[in-house]
Design a binder for this molecule. Structure first.
Ligand code: ATP
Length: 424
């Protein structure tokens, strides 16, 4: 572990099959370039000679299969070289998937549906990313499904989403936001409404099934599904639900023997065609505490409105209360105890649609704009985007909100959950 001084260029020589692990400083970006050899960042090859700029706090590794020289310009929180990595086992998985894709293409059938599971900070998102980028490099267009509502990589927190990956994922920019299919759950932990989470997973899978039916190319390329790090109790149940709902046929278990053996046992009887594969966690995966995760979520929302490099200019819009129709899913007024049989607990229907009166409770919340045409379609519809409520004027019945662009929203139906943001 070393902490470098001010802006001086340093060279790092990497031996074959080793990696340079970097945590960019907290408030200054880092420049990096490949000088000789070949190297990749989470499956995406670095262009030779060109300086790339990595934003503060980013954690990543530059890996080389055959050796490389890297130059760094700027400060890092930490950087060190490691020659023990699980990369060979990861690329072997890729090779197996590649074989299955080729067979699927030849027989116009289904390619592999891979689901990546494991505890928090086991490197699930990173492995998903590598498998997708390696596949895209070979010309496939696999579908990335992200079921992680806390630290997803496709859109803002509180959502599950899917998108085709057509090119190796950019190590700085991440996944392009243009074409995702997004369902809004509205909370950052599944325990807020487990039933709703399951319903949305089902909706997303059915939508992808429909898209796959008409697209042999994506069908053969298959899916890579990233999941949450919640693997105990209800979390475990949700993993089984996702495996079943998406018809996954390869389960990659990262860094946990117990989870691997549990899944292997259950699936052997239930779905014997599913391969359950145990993989090592990389020593490079950085653990992130609750505070860091909260901050990362806030950054993601900021990035949605303002862009990664502050390159977008969101628009502040004003609407009449009567122009918008806000709904919440689940909970709502319950039957009074007195109306129930003795001993019965009032139960709130978790997927019931509840109309919400616009008032100051909506201040600083992030709402989703539904594609629904009728309120009844809200639960089963994906969303067009998000708005952020910045002011509520009760007297004049006006709501001020930030949106990615000016003009009317694609729909008047908005969904509210518990997703908040404080613009900083
Ligand atoms: P979660 O708990 O959110 O489910 P996860 O299991 O998906 O996490 P990742 O997001 O893949 O874990 O990894 C955690 C962090 O570690 C990320 O910031 C990632 O960029 C970083 N990371 C992963 N692998 C390496 C590596 N080999 N070297 C350096 N950093 C790494």
């Amino acid at each position: 572990v070393s902490t470098s001084a001010a802006s001086t260029i340093r060279q790092v020589k990497l031996e074959r099959e080793s990696e340079l692990r970097i945590e960019v400083a907290n408030d200054t970006p880092l420049k990096l370039r490949l000088v000789t050899g070949t190297a990749e960042i989470f499956g995406t090859e670095l262009p030779p000679e060109i300086w790339l700029t990595f934003p503060p706090r980013l954690k990543f590794a530059v890996f080389t299969w055959y050796g490389a020289t890297i130059e760094l310009d700027g400060t890092t929180e930490t950087d060190y070289t490691a020659d023990e990595t699980p990369m060979i086992s990861y690329v072997n998985v890729h090779a197996v998937l590649e074989g299955r894709r080729n067979r699927a293409k030849a027989s116009s059938s289904e390619g592999p549906r891979v689901i990546v599971v494991g505890p928090t900070d086991s490197g699930k998102s990173t492995l998903s990313r590598m498998l997708l980028s390696w596949a895209a490099k070979q010309g496939w267009k696999p579908t990335f499904v992200d079921l992680d509502i806390g630290q997803g990589s496709i859109t803002i927190p509180g959502c599950i989403a899917a998108t085709p990956i057509e090119m190796p994922i950019d190590p700085v920019e991440g996944i392009p936001l243009e074409i995702p299919l997004v369902y809004f759950y509205g909370h950052t932990t599944p325990s807020n409404n487990v039933d709703l989470y399951k319903v949305l997973v089902k909706e997303l899978s059915q939508m992808l099934e429909r898209q796959f039916a008409g697209n042999a190319e994506s069908r053969a390329a298959g899916m890579v599904i990233n999941t949450m790090g919640w693997i105990e109790g209800v979390g475990y149940e949700l993993l089984l639900h996702a495996i079943d709902t998406f018809n996954a046929n390869v389960v990659l278990v990262l860094g946990q023997e117990k989870l691997w053996s549990m899944l292997k046992d259950v699936l052997r009887n239930k779905q014997p065609n599913v391969d359950v594969v145990k993989l090592q966690r990389s020593g490079g995966v950085v653990s992130r505490n609750a505070k860091f995760r909260q901050k990362a979520r806030s950054h993601r929302i900021r990035e949605y409105f303002y862009g990664l490099a502050n390159d977008l200019s969101p628009h502040s819009n004003i609407a009449n209360f009567s122009d918008l129709s806000v709904y919440r899913i689940g909970g709502g007024p319950q039957a009074p105890r007195s109306a129930l049989p003795i001993g019965a607990e009032p139960a709130a229907d978790p997927t019931r649609l509840v109309h919400v009166n616009i008032n100051r409770d909506l201040l600083h919340l992030v709402l989703a704009v539904s594609f629904a045409k009728e309120p009844e379609q809200i639960i089963s519809s994906n969303v067009a985007g998000f708005i952020y409520v910045t002011d509520i004027d009760i007297q004049r019945k006006k709501i001020t909100y930030l949106a990615p662009s000016a003009g009317e929203l694609p729909s008047k139906f908005l969904i509210v959950g518990t997703l908040t943001w404080l613009e900083t």
